[in-house]
Design a protein around this ligand. Structure first.
Ligand code: UTP
Length: 271
């Protein structure tokens, strides 16, 4: 059973500057709703009971967003506005499920995940990268169903244009299971177009085993001098841990780039 989700939010968000110079990109609105709330709703709908947010001192505003009860209470008392009351109730519901851990130096996604090691209770947990929004179909829910059936790690996959494989983490497939799922042989970070083993790219949804913390503790810096989660995943696969790639059915929106962020509001509005 997957009960816990972790969400790394401690990155600098440089691709969205200047929007991120004093603000957290995950709190930016997408079609009138805070981006992070789409991710929290996906978790809740998928049956997740506890969500661990990895933030930094620079991004304490995310904590404040869920702990601003006094402000809401004052407004509700003065205005008696049903919409505000509903929003307050929703935020209180999130607050009950959320825990915070800190990664004050953005050393990479692997280092961010390592900060949650004392909080993970079960053998497997869900990780979501909040820049990767998937709409129209709950990808986490579908991945949990696959995990429940196969009792293994699962990662989201999307076919990308063959000419752009050098911008993604790309799967090397071991064996196709059915139309949407395959066993993963390896993951290669940003391969060149000629040598890419497929055009199935890694998207930010992972069901990972607790075992990964042992690998992360020893993980050295990789590409760009960062500690990447992918490098520890590769080690687990080499050790024989089964990973399934799931080609999800929803629509992917890249909210981490300026162009993608702007387009995401339009895509959701016309949904
Ligand atoms: P990215 O590297 O794609 O995003 O990290 P970023 O660092 O936030 O933004 P750019 O690239 O400078 O524009 C993917 C996810 O991992 C988190 C980020 O917050 C983002 O949600 N992350 C990244 C961490 O939590 N810690 C890190 O050290 C690095």
């Amino acid at each position: 059973m997957i009960r816990q989700a972790i969400i790394p939010l401690a990155g600098l968000g440089t691709r969205l500057l200047p929007l991120t110079s004093v603000y957290a990109k995950e709190l930016l609105p997408i079609n009138g709703k805070v981006g992070l709330e789409y991710i929290l709703d996906e978790c809740i709908e998928a049956g997740i009971k506890e969500i661990i947010l990895i933030i930094s001192n620079r991004k304490k505003i995310i904590q404040k967003y869920f702990y601003n009860d006094l402000f809401f209470k004052k407004i509700i008392k003065a205005k008696k506005d049903q919409r505000i009351l509903n929003e307050y109730k929703k935020i209180k519901k999130y607050k009950k499920m959320i825990k915070f851990v800190f990664q004050n130096e953005p050393k990479g996604t692997g280092d961010a995940v390592l900060k949650t090691r004392n909080k993970i209770k079960d053998n497997y947990f869900l990780m979501i990268l909040p820049d990767d929004l998937i709409i129209k179909k709950n990808c986490s829910k579908d991945m949990i169903l696959i995990h429940n059936k196969m009792n293994c790690s699962v990662m989201a996959s999307m076919k990308v244009n063959k000419k752009t494989v050098n911008r993604w983490g790309i799967y090397s497939k071991k064996k196709q299971i059915n139309k949407s799922n395959f066993y993963i042989k390896d993951v290669v970070e940003k391969p060149n177009i000629k040598s890419a083993p497929s055009n199935n790219a890694v998207i930010g949804r992972y069901i990972l085993p607790k075992k990964i913390f042992k690998k992360l503790q020893k993980q050295t810096k990789g590409k760009g001098g960062e500690i990447h989660i992918t490098d520890s995943i590769r080690k687990l696969i080499k050790d024989g841990e089964e990973f399934v790639g799931h080609t999800f059915k929803g629509k992917y929106l890249d909210c981490g780039s300026m162009e993608g962020y702007i387009k995401s509001s339009i895509e959701i509005a016309i949904k």
